[in-house]
Design a protein around this ligand. Structure first.
Ligand SMILES: [Zn+2]
Length: 214
C-alpha cells in the first residue's frame, strides 16, 4: 500500500526534492548556463513494458547486466540519466540534482534551441508508449511539477518526442490524453483541478477498453 505524504513537495537550494529517494547517477555534468527553464517528460521500462524491476536504476547508474536480458545487451554501454523517475506506484527516485545536467534528451531542439539537456529537467515515468500511466504517477508528477515551478523559472513542459521528433516516441501519445495533459500542465497553476481531471480522462478510457477486450 502506498503511503501518502501530506507534506508539500519542495526542491531544496541544492536541487533535490524533499520526497522520494536519491540514487546518484555518474552520468551528470555541469549546466553551461545554470539555466533550468524546461521540463521534459519521458517514459521508460526495463525490460521494455515490464515494471517494478531494477533495470532503470541499473541503467542510470551504469550497472545494467548485459546477460540479464537481450535488450540489456544492446543498451548497457549507454551513458544516460534523468533527474527523476516516477515508478508505477508513484514512488519518486532522484538521480541528479536539478542544478546539474542529466543526460536524458540527447540530440534535441526546443523552439530553435539545441541541446535541451543544458536547460531542462528530465522526468521519466515508468511506462511504455502503449499503456496508460497510473493515477499515482500523475499525482507525483503534478506535485513534482508544482515544486519545480516554484523553484525555477520553468517556461514550458514538453515530451521527449516533441524535442527529438523522428528519433524518439516517448512519453507516447496514449490517446489524445497525452497532448491534452501536456497542455494542461503548461497552463497556469489555477488549472490544477483540470490536470487531475485530464489524468483521469486519459486513464479510464484505456482501462475500459482493456476490460472489453477480455
Ligand atoms: Zn525519452
Amino acid at each position: 500500500m502506498r503511503l501518502i505524504n501530506h507534506q508539500p513537495m519542495l526542491i531544496s537550494n541544492a536541487g533535490y526534492a524533499n520526497q522520494g529517494v536519491h540514487i546518484p547517477s555518474p552520468n551528470v555534468d555541469a549546466r553551461p548556463a545554470h539555466e533550468v527553464s524546461l521540463i521534459v517528460i519521458h517514459n521508460i521500462s526495463l525490460p521494455p513494458s515490464q515494471y517494478g524491476g531494477n533495470g532503470i536504476v541499473e541503467l542510470f547508474t551504469n550497472q545494467l547486466n548485459p546477460d540479464e536480458h537481450p535488450y540489456y545487451a544492446e543498451i548497457y554501454t549507454r551513458k544516460v540519466s534523468a533527474h527523476f523517475l516516477i515508478r508505477r506506484d508513484g514512488h519518486l527516485i532522484q538521480f541528479v540534482s536539478c542544478l546539474q545536467r542529466a543526460w536524458h534528451a540527447g540530440q534535441s531542439n526546443w523552439q530553435g534551441r539545441e541541446r535541451c539537456n543544458d536547460f531542462s529537467v528530465g522526468i521519466e515515468l515508468e511506462g511504455s508508449d502503449f499503456e496508460a500511466f497510473e493515477l499515482a504517477q500523475y499525482e507525483t508528477l503534478k506535485n513534482l511539477i508544482t515544486a519545480l515551478k516554484l523553484a525555477y523559472p520553468i517556461t514550458a513542459i514538453t515530451g521527449h518526442s516533441d524535442i527529438a521528433p523522428g528519433r524518439k516516441t516517448d512519453p507516447g501519445d496514449f490517446l489524445t490524453g497525452q497532448k491534452l495533459l501536456l497542455k494542461a500542465l503548461n497552463a497556469h497553476d489555477k488549472n490544477n483541478k483540470y490536470f487531475v481531471f485530464m489524468a483521469l480522462f486519459s486513464i479510464f478510457p484505456l482501462r475500459l477498453r482493456r476490460k472489453r477486450c477480455r
